[in-house]
Ligand binder design. Structure first.
Ligand code: ZN
Length: 327
C-alpha cells in the first residue's frame, strides 16, 4: 500500500482508543466550583488541579504526535489503557503492531531532571534549588512492560515490548546515568518508532485484529476515590444546587421544561446532569432520592424522573432504590 492510500484510509482508523479528561480532574473542578471562596482547602485543591492538568496536557501532546504522523507499517495506537494482569496497570499510550509493541509513559515535570539507576530514582531540581525525588520512571515503565507481556501471554501472544519515557515539558534539562530506557521529547517519537529493529511479522491479520479489539474491550476506566474522601475537610462545606451553564450561579430553579437561573434569567433543559455528575465525583457511592432532592433543591417526584432519565445503575426498589454512576 502506498503512502497516499494510507492517508485516504483516514488517520482515525489507526487510533483505536482516545484519551478522555481524567475523572480526578473533573472532580477537582467540581469541588473548586462548589466551595465557598474563602475555604482554606481551595489553594490545596487548585494546586492538585494544576498538577493533574499539566499531566493531562503532557499526555495530549503525545496524542497530537500520533494524530499528525502516519507510520508505514500496520499499527494501532491506544491512549490511556487500564488493564489487569497479576495486578492492575495503566499505560499512558500503547503503540502496537503485528511485530512488536511500545509502552509510552508520559511525564510533565518542570525543572532539571536527574535520573539515576542505582538505586533507581528520578530527582528534580527547580530553579530555586528545591530538590524532590520521584519514584523511578524507569522502574514504572519496566513494570508496565512486564505486566503487558503477561497480559499478552495469557492470550497466547508473544511480542517483543519496548518501553519509552516521553518528557512533555520541552524545556526540560535532563541528566541520564546508565539507563537503557529511552527518554524522548514528543517530536522525537516518530523517529524512535521508525528506528526500532525490523523483525518478521509475528501475528497474522486476524490475530492482530483480535488483539487490538481485546485491548480496547479489556480497558476498565480508572475510577479515582471521591474528592471528599481525599479531602475530608471539604465534605460539609460543599455548596449544593444546580449551576447555571451561562453564568455559573448555583441554585437554578426547576420549572416544567427544565431549569431557570434567578441571576441571569437564562434557561437550560438539562443543567441537572452536571450537578448529578458533580455529586458522584465528590461523594462517590450510591445516591438515594433524598440525596438528589437535597443536592438539586427539588421535590421527590422530580428527583425520581431526573434520576431515571439518566444512564445510572439502579439497585433496590421503591424507597430503598439507589443509583450509581461510576462502578
Ligand atoms: Zn445564570
Amino acid at each position: 500500500m502506498d503512502r497516499f492510500s494510507f492517508i485516504e484510509k483516514g488517520m482515525g482508523n489507526f487510533i483505536s482508543k482516545l484519551r478522555k479528561e481524567p475523572l480526578q480532574l473533573e472532580g477537582l473542578y467540581a469541588a473548586i466550583r462548589r466551595l465557598p471562596l474563602d475555604h482554606a482547602a481551595l489553594p490545596v485543591l487548585e494546586t492538585a488541579c494544576a498538577s493533574r492538568k499539566a499531566g493531562f496536557g503532557g499526555e495530549q501532546q503525545l496524542d497530537k504526535v500520533f494524530e499528525n504522523y502516519l507510520f508505514p507499517m500496520k499499527y494501532r495506537v491506544l491512549h490511556d489503557v487500564s488493564l489487569a494482569s497479576s495486578t492492575p496497570f495503566q499505560i499512558d499510550s500503547l503503540f502496537v503492531t503485528p511485530t512488536y509493541a511500545v509502552v509510552f509513559e508520559v511525564k510533565n515535570i518542570s525543572g532539571e531532571l536527574k535520573i539515576i539507576n542505582n538505586p533507581p530514582q528520578l530527582i528534580r531540581v527547580l530553579n530555586n534549588g528545591e530538590v524532590k525525588g520521584f519514584n523511578s520512571l524507569i522502574t514504572q515503565v519496566e513494570n508496565n512492560c512486564t505486566l503487558l507481556q503477561d497480559w499478552f501471554h495469557s492470550r497466547n501472544i508473544s511480542l517483543p515490548i519496548y518501553g519509552a519515557i516521553v518528557l512533555a515539558y520541552s524545556k526540560q534539562r535532563i541528566e541520564l546515568f546508565d539507563t537503557k530506557t529511552p527518554f524522548l521529547f514528543p517530536n522525537a517519537v516518530p523517529n524512535f518508532i521508525r528506528n526500532l529493529p525490523i523483525a518478521p511479522q509475528l501475528l497474522d491479520e486476524a490475530t492482530f485484529s483480535t488483539l487490538t479489539n481485546d485491548l480496547v474491550k479489556s480497558h476498565r476506566e480508572y475510577i479515582p476515590p471521591p474528592i471528599c474522601l481525599t479531602y475530608p475537610e471539604i465534605k460539609d462545606k460543599i455548596l449544593t444546587g444546580v449551576a447555571c451553564p451561562s453564568c455559573n450561579f448555583l441554585g437554578m430553579q426547576k420549572y416544567m421544561k427544565g431549569w431557570r437561573c434567578t441571576q441571569c434569567s437564562r434557561t437550560s433543559p438539562d443543567a441537572h446532569k452536571q450537578a448529578i455528575r458533580d455529586w458522584f465525583l465528590l461523594y462517590g457511592g450510591k445516591m438515594s432520592n433524598k440525596d438528589c432532592c437535597a443536592f438539586l433543591h427539588i421535590r421527590r417526584q422530580s428527583a425520581t424522573r431526573i434520576l431515571q432519565g439518566m444512564d445510572l445503575r439502579l439497585e433496590g426498589a421503591n424507597r430503598n432504590r439507589t443509583y450509581s454512576m461510576f462502578i
